[in-house]
Design a protein around this ligand. Structure first.
Ligand code: ZN
Length: 307
């Protein structure tokens, strides 16, 4: 980083942001078309409602959305806020990657991985669909990256990490058969965990999966509580709230054996109550785990000293 001047750094940062915006715009197309199985490159973009072909100035990232006030130029159909959000998010992560890792190969790899993360996260949230080819591409680039960084040692760590990621997620997923006679997670989650293992290696994959698990609480708990509430499982709702409160009390006020006892007691009752409900519910909602795994990976990339 010391070699390039401050002015030059800002100049590059500017272009990194522009490239982020444009690629974000492209990712929107990839997401849309991968959900509807259309070709990514050829059909010119048109309004999904009135089918009118868009003008060039309707496709400028973020700016067009503002100029058109979020509506189709022809038929005034609302344009999804997803478009500018993905564009800005991509720009943000590209910029942060450049600022953190500088003008290096590492930045290029990180940008490539984050691009895949964004696409998989959005398709998982929207349609519970994940293109496993993206996870495979990330995994292969991860093996390559580790080989470049630390040679044979990195290569082996990467392969072992891949295996560990796949095995751990498959075990968790299949535990679902024990409790609820179905997979606890989708197959895509296994691909993603394998890819993350290849990126971060055997020495880090356990931490990444743990971060992902913690992150999944934040994603899953609100959805879970809402579903319980909707299905009228009052006992589970009350137990969940009590459990969360007791965790807070334990860590903030009373870190003693009595409080720990209450916590374990509530935890066991909550688990039993949840498992009972899982067995009963006919159409369980599959929860998206890819966003959680991706959050764990992002945390590791930007906050861990081991990366
Ligand atoms: Zn239209």
């Amino acid at each position: 980083m010391g070699i390039i001047s401050v002015e030059f750094r800002y100049y590059i940062l500017f272009w990194v942001c522009i490239i982020g915006l444009c690629l974000g715009s492209f990712f929107n197309v990839v997401i849309l078309r991968s959900l509807s199985n259309e070709s990514i490159v050829f059909p010119p973009s048109k309004c999904p409602k009135c089918q009118n072909k868009l003008y060039w100035w309707h496709n400028i990232p973020v700016l067009s959305y503002i100029l058109l006030k979020g509506k189709c130029y022809f038929c005034k159909e609302k344009i999804s806020i997803q478009y500018p959000i993905i564009e800005l998010l991509t720009m943000f992560f590209f910029a942060v990657s450049f600022l953190k890792f500088g003008l290096t190969w590492k930045t290029l790899f990180v940008i490539f991985w984050i691009s895949g993360f964004i696409i998989m996260t959005v398709t998982d949230i929207k349609e519970k669909l994940v293109d496993c080819n993206i996870a495979i591409a990330i995994g292969i680039s991860g093996i390559l990256y580790n080989f470049i960084q630390t040679g044979l040692e990195g290569f082996i760590g990467s392969i072992l990490g891949l295996a560990a990621g796949v095995v751990i997620l498959e075990v968790i997923a299949r535990l679902g058969y024990v409790f609820a006679s179905t997979r606890a997670m989708g197959e895509a989650d296994t691909y993603v965990a394998g890819a993350l293992g290849a990126l971060f290696g055997i020495q880090n994959i356990f931490w990444i999966l743990l971060y992902g698990l913690i992150a999944s609480m934040f994603f899953i708990l609100p959805v879970f509580l809402y579903n319980q509430y909707k299905n009228n499982n009052k006992l589970t709702c009350i137990l969940s709230v009590l459990f969360i409160l007791s965790v807070l009390v334990y860590y903030k006020l009373l870190m003693n054996y009595w409080m720990m006892g209450i916590l374990i007691f509530l935890g066991i009752f909550l688990s039993i109550s949840i498992l009972k409900n899982i067995r009963q519910e006919e159409n369980r909602n599959y929860l998206p785990y890819v966003p959680a795994l991706v959050t764990g990976a992002l945390y590791f990339i930007f906050f861990s000293i081991n990366f």
